[in-house]
Write a new protein. Sequence first.
Length: 94
Amino acid sequence: MHVEPYTAIRTNCQPKSYTYTVKFDRDITAPEYWQEELDTLRMGKEGDDYILVVNTSGGDLRTLAELLHIIKHSPAHFHCVLSGTALSAGGPIM
């Protein structure tokens, strides 16, 4: 009996989670200037970790409201690190 050899990849490896670091290290201006950071936060899935590094004098409450909405409704886990100040709109992030 002759058996033909074959090569097959029979396993698959996928990461279970990711860790993201998002910096809030400048004035919090209008939401359109924070779309990269907000979109990164929206990508969060169960098991993902976000480290929010905060050092801001605050700013636009519309951006803060959108940020807090994303955090509240995300299945990901969020951790905050204060690296300076968290004044005005920066305070509720902490």
